[in-house]
Ligand binder design. Structure first.
Ligand SMILES: C[C@](O)(CO)[C@H](O)COP(=O)(O)OP(=O)(O)OC[C@H]1O[C@@H](n2ccc(N)nc2=O)[C@H](O)[C@@H]1O
Ligand SMILES: Nc1ncnc2c1ncn2[C@@H]1O[C@H](COP(=O)(O)OP(=O)(O)OP(=O)(O)O)[C@@H](O)[C@H]1O
Length: 279
């Protein structure tokens, strides 16, 4: 039976590692990243309508005025469809966890279901943003190229994350521009990692090559990492994407939730979310 309303989840994207290995002639950077998703995110609802519209609600709505270039509207145009779209904005904007890209991917999925149409061609998905292909994939994967090369990884162990954003927006292009060295070593092949401690040990040998540049633009990122590292049970703390959000890796849900509560109590102005890692 045809339905006229479809909902989709837009999970936060986390770069567990992010190696910048080079730069193309057009300025885009070559990446090598282990990407996972978290069970916190935005929510997209699309309803059949004869014109295209967007309403933004939710705790982060004030950070994102409705504009024609919102990635949700751009994704709808790529699908060639009109609909009344609602975005429940939970993720902080411009924070390195792919909010806009996840919204675009969820919009593509929801509209494809609504209109019973195929998803757009790969190049049209990439044109929406370097992180949109991985968000459309939606599962743990190794991401290379400028974001378009996705290679499966062995199943990852159960793990919990605490995401912390100091409420400082960081612009991705500025962080790339601020990098002094752009020919870093790629990641080795991701081995089978049977436990969360094995995952953390593997990640300790990896990097986020954007951290130093992001830290220069937003020094508070250093305090975010330290606050995570100080929590009992935190196996690793690192920045995701171009920042400023950092994540901590934890072995179980209660420990992650306790850490999140402690950080919220110490830094009431920060955005803090405990989450299960979706692999
Ligand atoms: C840093 C990451 O978050 C890692 O997952 C992504 O590569 C960023 O993905 P995104 O936000 O979807 O990026 P886009 O919206 O396509 O690009 C924003 C800007 O970042 C720079 N950019 C982005 C991706 C990439 N591989 N190289 C780049 O140099 C470009 O200046 C571009 O104009
Ligand atoms: N639906 C959307 N949600 C968030 N930002 C959007 C959206 N549509 C357009 N944007 C614009 O995209 C910019 C980047 O926002 P986004 O939250 O996707 O960044 P990010 O988390 O740093 O992404 P990434 O990790 O992919 O680099 C913002 O400055 C915002 O103006």
């Amino acid at each position: 039976m045809a339905t006229d309303t479809v909902e989709d989840f837009a999970p936060a994207k986390i770069n567990l590692s992010l190696h910048v290995t080079g730069q193309r002639a057009d300025g885009y950077h070559l990446l090598d990243s282990l990407v996972v998703f978290a069970d916190v995110g935005d929510r997209i609802t699309v309803r059949a309508d004869d014109r295209l519209s967007l309403q933004i609600a939710g705790p982060q709505a004030a950070e994102l005025p409705v504009q024609d270039d919102n990635l949700v509207l751009r994704a709808a145009r790529v699908m060639g469809m009109t609909a009344a779209i609602t975005l429940d904005k939970q993720l902080p904007v411009a924070s390195g966890i792919g909010g806009g890209s996840a919204d675009a991917a969820a919009t593509l999925r929801a509209l494809a279901r609504l209109g019973q149409k195929p998803l757009p061609a790969d190049r049209d998905v990439l044109a929406l943003g370097a992180d949109v292909p991985v968000c459309l994939h939606g599962r743990a994967v190794r991401m290379q190229g400028v974001g378009e090369v996705l290679t499966p990884v062995p199943p990852l162990p159960e793990a919990w994350l605490v995401l912390v954003n100091p409420r400082v927006a960081v612009a991705t292009p500025e962080v790339f521009q601020g990098m002094t060295y752009k020919a870093n070593a790629p990641m080795p092949e991701v081995p089978r990692l049977p436990s969360v401690t094995a995952l953390a040990a593997f990640l300790h040998a990896m990097r986020n090559d954007m951290e130093a540049s992001a830290l220069a633009l937003a020094p508070v990122i250093g305090a975010v990492r330290l606050a995570l590292r100080a929590q009992p049970g935190c196996l690793l703390a690192r920045m995701s994407g171009s920042g400023a959000t950092c994540f901590g890796v934890f072995g179980d849900g209660p420990t992650a939730r306790t850490a999140a509560r402690e950080i919220t109590a110490a830094y009431p102005g920060w955005w803090v979310a405990p989450a299960r890692m979706l692999s």
